[in-house]
Design a protein around this ligand. Structure first.
Ligand code: SF4
Length: 189
């Protein structure tokens, strides 16, 4: 199977890539993340991912356009729903790319993160699969959460301190908001 894997950063790619390769799937990566701000953080994550790709002979396609404006145009006035919008932006592009490149399926490293809305990612992935006529490959990569962390530390990959967007950067410092989000995530998992 030829699979296009949407990748958000190096550390989140380590475990899913390992699992997919073990399953004999031919994996290519696709970096498209207009949600990562500010620009220096975007570059830092991308540079680290590219170093990782080189080291692991991981074929990686990169959309290096900094997407702050595109992202904000989609989420402003919909901040409460922003993660779903953000998933849809990224998975739509990946599904389209997978279809154009003749891949059998697409997936995402977002399925590795314990901090994302796992169910929403599946729903959106499946709906993009229908739209672009290419399978959404699902696997619960969260099972390798600690393994991925340990490996990324051992490889000295840059580990980001917040999810990506400027809203999540703000939440990093807002204790009350952090508490509320933890509660919501517990309900969603
Ligand atoms: S918190 Fe993360 S998933 Fe949610 S909108 Fe921001 S970058 Fe996207």
């Amino acid at each position: 199977m030829k699979l296009l894997l949407h990748v958000c950063c190096g550390p989140c790619t380590v475990y899913p890539l390992k699992k997919l390769r073990e399953a004999d799937i031919t994996v290519s990566g696709y970096f498209y993340n207009p949600n990562i701000h500010p620009y220096r953080e975007f570059r830092r994550r991308l540079n680290s991912l590219q170093d990782f790709a080189k080291e692991t002979q991981f074929n990686l396609e990169v959309d290096s356009k900094y997407g702050l404006t595109d992202y904000l145009r989609q989420v402003v006035f919909h901040e409460q729903e922003r993660c779903k919008i953000c998933y849809a932006m990224r998975l739509e592009k990946t599904a389209e790319q997978a279809s154009l490149s003749g891949a059998d399926a697409f997936s995402t490293t977002l399925l590795y993160s314990k901090y994302q809305n796992h169910r929403a990612i599946i729903t959106i992935g499946e709906s993009m699969a229908k739209k672009y006529g290419v399978e959404f490959y699902y696997e619960d990569f969260r099972t390798g959460w600690q393994e991925g962390i340990d490996e990324s530390i051992a490889m000295d990959l840059y580990r980001q301190p917040y999810c990506g967007c400027i809203y999540s950067e703000q939440e990093r410092y807002d204790k009350k908001l952090q508490k509320k989000l933890r509660k919501e995530r517990k309900q969603q998992s």
